[in-house]
Ligand binder design. Structure first.
Ligand SMILES: *[C@@H]1O[C@H](CO)[C@@H](O)[C@H](O)[C@H]1NC(C)=O
Ligand SMILES: *[C@@H]1O[C@H](CO)[C@@H](O)[C@H](O)[C@H]1NC(C)=O
Length: 554
């Protein structure tokens, strides 16, 4: 008896200690209560975890546009992190669940008249992996700046991007982007009760999340839901940001379901277990090759009677200039390729070269071997590559530029050309113990600069954050710097307002001057022209874009 009694006390104890509850608040869906937490400077804030913004996208709702969440009875105890959406982990094991359309909300105050700017983060992961969970996106660095921080999940892989060109099937594509859009609508409706200002929403995202946030600027569906945008290492113009049509039929074929009636196909795909669907994903090339049109990502939707997120290509929308010209920060990291090198080292113990043809953008539609070879020879010549070897400076440059940087450049050019005025550009190269990949392998640590994803370590507390982090350390100082730039932008629409304590003025991009902020370990400096313009113009020409952007006056 006694031991059982003691056991139950011991089991309950941690719950008591952590169950430091937030005030109860009430929204249209019902009553909700979060938990009290501490930021990294010791300040208190509230977290509301796993808040549902949509009906679970299961059964007949699988693959379909998301539906607003239902009401609940009683009190929703929002204390436990949200799940991830179904995906393959790095060991190709299926993780996560289909019922995954949740968000985490972190706020300095609730039920207050003093409403705070809202920052909504959209994670990356090639539209196939990732989540907004706490282990990678902890709010502790942001909350001292008194903003409301929200991270969201959206459906991934086939679950988020299945599409049929036949509008009658009711699966026109972009369900995942509509998930994000529904989350933004939920925020408009409810965030005031959490102390957030629905009139000041900054949307930011990284990689595929960066491309996503850019597309919300272009989509009529998201008009009025967002007021500022930050696209980190990803934009709508990236080579990989365009996906295959009719993936519903592709999936059925790969499952040997040979029925012509597309309605029957959809019914079948909605009825089978998750594992069957993911198995097809497992067989397919997922993230890397550029020579094939990706299975997952945005598509231009056919005309249909439902909500259309994208009715024509981002390039077309941009060139007409018919989009919301919101204050916009874009940028990239100095050594994007490190993410791939780190994976190579962890999986193979050595760096591996990508097959050459993987570098050839699918938009060029080069199919025969000879043309591929010719094209790659041109690329090699442009990059002065004599020795095709992963880890060399030239290989790294080619990789980083065609996968990420060219897309950022192409977007900036398009925005400038249509007189979008509120544009800021950055290059991030900070290199400290916060750079995840550097911590994973000593060979990676020796390489210069910041890899893809690594700037996120300066914005979000995560499972790789050093346990002994202090504010005065070089890491701490760099976190303060990054968070300040991002939250200034969220608060004022400018990353460096007058009299800011960062000691720098981040100049806007103008029609003939590509100003950018060079963010490095030791300094913040405004410079001009972060791109290798010759290489950028090489890709412009190859991809058939007329080079209209004027040269920077140096
Ligand atoms: C589909 O059929 C092919 C050829 O018979 C077979 O190799 C494959 O395993 C089948 N796939 C599935 C998912 O059953
Ligand atoms: C790509 O090239 C093939 C073969 O030359 C052609 O049949 C196909 O229509 C082309 N596709 C596009 C999208 O241009």
């Amino acid at each position: 008896m006694i031991s059982k009694y003691i056991l139950s006390i011991v089991l309950l104890l941690p719950a008591f200690v952590t169950c430091n509850r937030s005030p109860l608040i009430e929204i249209e869906q019902g009553k909700i209560r979060g938990v009290v937490k501490k930021d990294w400077k010791g300040g208190r804030f509230y977290s509301f975890l796993k808040v549902p913004y949509a009906k679970p996208p299961i059964g007949e709702r699988r693959f379909k546009d998301p539906q607003p969440a239902e009401k609940w009875d009683g009190i929703l105890e929002a204390e436990i992190d949200m799940p991830q959406c179904v995906q393959l982990d790095s060991n190709k094991k299926i993780v996560g669940q289909e019922d995954c359309l949740y968000m985490n909300i972190h706020t300095p105050n609730v039920a207050t008249k003093n409403l705070r700017p809202v920052m909504v983060f959209i994670h990356g992961g090639g539209y196939t992996v990732g989540s907004g969970q706490l282990d990678m996106f902890g709010p502790e660095f942001f909350l001292p700046e008194k903003i409301v921080l929200i991270t969201i999940n959206y459906r991934l892989g086939f679950f988020g991007f299945l599409n049929f060109e036949n509008p009658e099937i009711g699966v026109p594509g972009n369900a995942a982007l509509k998930d994000q859009n529904l989350a933004l609508k939920w925020i408009q409706k409810n965030i005031e009760m959490f102390g957030g200002d629905p009139g000041s929403v900054t949307l930011f995202g990284e990689s595929a999340g960066g491309a996503s946030v850019h597309m919300h600027m272009l989509s009529p569906l998201s008009k009025g839901l967002v007021h500022r945008v930050i696209a980190q290492s990803g934009s709508a113009n990236c080579i990989w940001n365009e996906a295959q049509k009719n993936t519903g039929i592709y999936l059925a074929e790969n499952l040997n379901f040979s029925v012509d009636d597309e309605k029957e196909i959809l019914k079948y795909l909605q009825s089978i277990p998750i594992d069957d669907i993911i198995k097809v994903e497992k067989k397919s090339d997922r993230l890397l090759p550029l020579h094939k049109i990706p299975l997952f990502g945005p598509v231009v939707e056919p005309l249909h009677s439902g909500d259309i997120f994208l009715s024509e290509s981002p390039a077309k929308i941009l060139s007409r200039g018919q989009f919301q010209k919101l204050p916009f920060i874009l940028g990239f990291n100095s050594n994007e390729v490190l993410v791939v090198y780190a994976q190579d080292m962890l999986i193979y113990g050595e760096l591996k070269e990508m097959p050459e043809h993987y570098f050839i953008p699918h938009q060029l539609n080069v199919t025969d071997e000879e043309s591929k070879q010719n094209l790659f020879n041109r690329i090699k010549k442009q990059y002065k590559i004599n020795e095709y070897k992963a880890g060399t400076e030239k290989y790294s440059k080619l990789f980083s530029e065609i996968f990420i940087i060219y897309g950022v450049y192409a977007s900036i050019s398009e925005h400038v050309l249509v007189d979008h005025k509120d544009l800021y550009l950055y290059k991030f190269s900070s290199d400290t113990k916060l750079n995840y990949f550097k911590q994973m392998h000593e060979d990676i640590a020796k390489m210069p600069g910041a890899g893809h994803v690594e700037e996120l370590g300066y914005l979000f507390k995560n499972k790789f954050t050093p346990k002994d982090l202090t504010q005065n350390s070089i890491e701490g100082q760099n976190i303060i710097k990054m968070v300040k730039l991002w939250t200034n932008f969220a608060k004022h629409g400018k990353p460096t307002p007058k009299n800011n304590d960062l000691g720098v003025s981040w100049l806007k991009v103008t029609r003939n001057k590509l100003n950018y902020l060079d963010i490095s370990t030791d300094s913040l400096i405004t410079k001009v022209e972060p791109f290798d313009r010759k290489n950028m113009e090489f890709w412009d020409k190859l991809l058939g874009k007329s080079v209209k952007y004027e040269h920077t006056e140096l």
